[in-house]
Design a protein. Structure first.
Length: 588
């Protein structure tokens, strides 16, 4: 048995000792191979601690952790021994800071060894592994796997990120969203399945004009992955490791782990390095877009300075307590996972990062998302609560866009967002406390009056009377009078209709039909066998038609549906209304 294993072991040893093949543009003499590193060696790690000045940090090599990252992927273990990092160690935002030994590039700072590391222990991704990202074949970014629509509409629980299984020990990429509470931003990350990525929500700066633009991107300089620019800036900043002409490598680990990518790239400046044993990070401002991040891989992100990716535009008009606020303008990326996340962060900032925002609020939005390849999606709604409810309210606002990006047919390409918002510092939440009718027995074609008593969360009450005219054809049967909020109607209708949609156009039409949640709807309903097919209710179907459309005999997605709505009227409420009640009447 030993004689059989010996040739295999010798072959493995020989293979591991072979020199790493570098891209043709990378001279072998500029790289310090990890195989030649020895404990006790000293080198310099280059990064920016404040402003634009790239500073060397004394670094001691401790050894190589074999297969630490994965099979054949080692991690260089070292220690920052420089006085400038004595109180911080490796900080979030240093990801990608290049390490040189004897003037040759060794690798990129990528990990803290422990969460509360005080002695500067850290990990470096070998440059040999990072350079393999340069050899990835060119292709278009791939779309993340879609979610079944039946499961996508209800996403209260966080969904796992589709992509690489990312580690918890990466140095974080500080995600800057000026003015937004980092805890709120972290909740959005979790709700959209982006928790566990190296992205770390921190307080941040905005967009500035940096002299030199792309020419300032050199090893050790800050590099930002930009997701939203203009009056609202959302970006994640790390450090550039390597540059050859216009091609660059950075971070030493993934950002989101998407593989092929098309994120805008920008230079940045470090306002300061915030010391903290728990979460030290770089607070940064970001410059204008100067290139594109094309690869988001396990060992590095890679990109090219030059042509910038095409971005969508946004225009947000704002009204607060009847007073017009400045209109916000800028650009953002169109991406299946990131676009809903950016909308969440942008609106979270929009409603909270202002002196006009108080502990309680009522928010109203109305706007359109325009696509290159699909009809426009209408975003609208009114939400009310306390400041702790803000994240939930914003998530609900963006839920239709989130669902559209999860459909399985085609990837929506956003061209622009046009949005109007209105807000107050008062909470207006109403519940249906009691409902009745003047006469529970009536004739076909007659008008009945529905009496309502609504109670506001803090004790106020209002009463309303709503006329509902019954159609002449409704007779000799029991009738249900349903009094419902728009939200209650939509939660039932969407759950019923979404799974039967068969195209993105059908889904958009369905989402655009949502009811307003500051309205009460009164309907006269009877039971009548029908189906839901192709995102539409088909009530009162003859048995032969139901058999034709039923799932057992048709490839169409169809489900039973027994409600036949004969008539409907609505009533505007001064705020958000919730709940549903049902009354019974007899029509002679």
């Amino acid at each position: 048995m030993r004689s059989r294993r010996l040739p295999t072991l010798l072959l493995l040893c020989f293979w591991c000792c072979l020199p790493v093949r570098l891209p043709a543009s990378v001279p072998q003499e500029s790289i310090f191979p990890k195989s030649q590193l020895r404990p006790g060696m000293h080198g310099l790690t280059y990064t920016v601690l404040q402003g634009h000045k790239i500073e060397p940090l004394q670094t001691e090599i401790l050894g190589i952790a074999k297969d630490y990252v994965g099979p054949g992927l080692d991690l260089i273990i070292a220690k920052l021994i420089d006085a400038k990092t004595a109180t911080t160690g490796a900080v979030h935002g240093m990801s990608g800071s290049p390490l040189y030994v004897d003037g040759k590039l060794v690798g990129a700072l990528s990990r803290r060894i422990a969460s509360f590391e005080k002695d500067g222990h850290c990990g470096f991704t070998p440059i040999e592994d990072m350079l393999r990202v340069e050899q990835e074949p060119s292709s278009y970014p791939t779309r993340p796997l879609p979610t079944q629509l039946r499961d996508a509409w209800h996403w209260a629980e966080p969904r796992p990120l589709r992509g690489a299984m990312l580690r918890a020990d990466y140095l974080g990429i500080p995600l800057s969203v000026g003015g937004l509470n980092p805890r709120v931003a972290a909740r959005f990350l979790e709700a959209l399945g982006l928790r566990g990525t190296p992205v770390l929500a921190v307080p941040g700066g905005g967009t500035v004009t940096l002299a030199g633009g792309g020419s300032t991107l050199e090893p050790g300089a800050p590099l930002a992955a930009v997701m939203m620019t203009g009056d609202i800036n959302i970006s994640g900043t790390g450090t550039l490791t390597w540059r050859s002409g216009n091609r660059v490598l950075a971070f030493g680990h993934p950002m989101f782990g998407f593989g092929k990518s098309a994120l805008p790239m920008a230079a940045a400046e470090v306002v300061t390095t915030v010391p903290s044993y728990e979460t030290p990070y770089k607070l940064t401002n970001v410059g204008s877009v100067v290139g594109t991040i094309l690869e988001d891989r396990l060992s590095a992100i890679g990109g090219e300075v030059g042509q910038r990716p095409k971005l969508a535009s946004y225009r947000i008009e704002r009204l607060h307590r009847g007073r017009t606020l400045p209109t916000l303008r800028g650009e953002f990326i169109s991406h299946p996972l990131l676009t809903p996340f950016l909308m969440d962060l942008a609106m979270g900032q929009l409603f909270s990062a202002t002196d006009s925002f108080g502990r309680t609020f009522t928010l109203l939005i109305d706007g359109l998302v325009h696509f290159q390849n699909l009809p426009s999606l209408h975003l609208r709604g009114i939400y009310s609560g306390e400041d702790g409810d803000l994240a939930s309210a914003v998530l609900e606002m963006v839920q239709p866009l989130q669902l559209l990006f999860q459909q399985p047919w085609t990837e929506p390409i956003v061209e622009s967002l046009e949005l109007k918002t209105a807000s107050t510092e008062e909470e207006e939440n109403w519940m249906i406390e009691r409902a009745s009718v003047d006469n529970a027995r009536c004739n076909p074609g007659s008008t009945i009056w529905v009496n309502l008593l609504l109670q506001e969360r803090h004790g106020r009450r209002i009463s309303r009377r709503i006329p509902l005219t019954l159609p002449p054809g409704l007779h000799d049967q029991p009738v249900a009078i349903r009094i419902s909020s728009g939200r209650a109607l939509d939660s039932q209708a969407l759950l019923r209709k979404v799974p039967s949609a068969e195209s993105p156009e059908e889904l958009i039409a369905l989402l655009n039909e949502q009811h307003a949640n500051d309205m009460l709807y009164v309907q006269a309903i009877t039971e009548s066998s029908g189906l839901v097919s192709e995102a539409a209710d088909l009530p009162a179907l003859p048995p032969t038609v139901r058999t034709t459309l039923s799932p057992s005999t048709s490839s169409k997605k169809a489900e039973p549906w027994n409600d036949l709505v004969w008539c409907e009227t609505s009533l505007s409420i001064p705020g958000v209304v919730n709940g549903e009640q049902s009354l019974r009447i007899d029509v002679r």
